[in-house]
Design a protein around this ligand. Structure first.
Ligand SMILES: Cc1cc2nc3c(=O)[nH]c(=O)nc-3n(C[C@H](O)[C@H](O)[C@H](O)COP(=O)(O)OP(=O)(O)OC[C@H]3O[C@@H](n4cnc5c(N)ncnc54)[C@H](O)[C@@H]3O)c2cc1C
Ligand SMILES: NC(=O)c1ccc[n+]([C@@H]2O[C@H](COP(=O)([O-])OP(=O)(O)OC[C@H]3O[C@@H](n4cnc5c(N)ncnc54)[C@H](OP(=O)(O)O)[C@@H]3O)[C@@H](O)[C@H]2O)c1
Length: 224
């Protein structure tokens, strides 16, 4: 299949939201899954995974990506203009909500927020707490959406935390770990979904296991 870029917009310095249309077949996915995209750099074919960052909408799908300046794939993604195409290898991944959903903590750093934007597009009966860690306030991707959702859905709680806050920030600070442990408290009957770069995911998994969380309740996606 082919993925044609319809539009893109800056979310934060070095981070963009992309909307594509899949062409050449039926396109289906579950919130939380990712697409595998292919591009040519010189003679090399490069494949990279990107979580889908919106609810299913026919053949359209959205991505949220960081520019890795010396990366092999993301610079070509960021250079795309509306109408340009990439090869789309398909939809993959098991990072989807367990059924039936139970009270859950969703933990993201950076673009690890992408699959949660797809999952949270639907209303869920249980309590969902989103803990989102970035460096600067300007990097809180989709922050206005999360704040609106928290104001309108009584069972959704949004807890952003900054590791390099500006002097005006009065919210949570530091890495996500302590905020996750606080949200877990004495509960061992909840699911915890974690998405981001390997170091964060692995450290947090180790902290949760040390608490006595059942490993089957720790569901994760690592980006590297
Ligand atoms: C299942 C899965 C889903 C993914 N979903 C997304 C997504 O939704 N958005 C996204 O931006 N990336 C996502 N990634 C990462 C993506 O596939 C690429 O690894 C990333 O775009 C870097 O590719 P590159 O070729 O430009 O860099 P490479 O040449 O492969 O350089 C790798 C370097 O980039 C770093 N890196 C990887 N991902 C990121 C990132 N997101 N932000 C900052 N640094 C990063 C790695 O730690 C490593 O240091 C996902 C990866 C996996 C495995
Ligand atoms: N988001 C952006 O604005 C952006 C855009 C384009 C490119 N980049 C580059 O891409 C790289 C990574 O991107 P990113 O900032 O989105 O992701 P990141 O490195 O995963 O950082 C996101 C948040 O996770 C924290 N973190 C890092 N390691 C952690 C760990 N082991 N456990 C818990 N939290 C941890 C970071 O805190 P610390 O501050 O303590 O590291 C930061 O608050 C960086 O080199 C960055 O310069 C970033």
């Amino acid at each position: 299949m082919i993925a044609r870029l319809l539009e893109s917009r800056e979310l934060a310095p070095g981070s963009r939201h992309f909307v594509f249309e899949a062409e050449g077949g039926e396109f289906h996915y579950q919130p939380g899954q990712f697409v595998s995209l292919v591009t040519k750099v010189g003679d090399d074919e490069i494949t990279r995974a990107y979580s889908i960052a919106a609810a299913p909408d026919g053949n359209r799908f959205a991505l949220c990506a960081n520019l890795v300046p010396d990366g092999r794939f993301s610079p070509s993604l960021f250079a795309m203009e509306a109408g340009d195409t990439l090869q789309l290898k398909g939809v993959l991944g098991t990072f989807v909500l367990r059924q039936p959903p139970v009270d859950s903590i969703l933990v993201a750093t950076g673009t690890g927020i992408a699959p949660f934007r797809a999952m949270l597009a639907e209303k869920h009966a249980p309590q969902f707490t989103l803990i989102f860690g970035v460096r600067h306030e300007s990097s809180l991707l989709y922050d206005d959406e999360w704040r609106k959702l928290a104001a309108t859905r009584p069972n959704f709680d949004y807890r952003p935390t900054l590791t390099r806050p500006g002097s005006n920030w009065t919210g949570r600070t530091g890495r996500v770990h302590e905020h996750v442990l606080e949200a877990v408290g004495d509960r061992r009957d909840i699911d915890i979904y974690i998405c981001g770069l390997r170091e964060m995911v692995d450290e947090l998994r180790a902290r949760l296991k040390a608490l006595g969380m059942d490993r089957k309740r720790i569901i994760y996606e690592r980006y590297d």
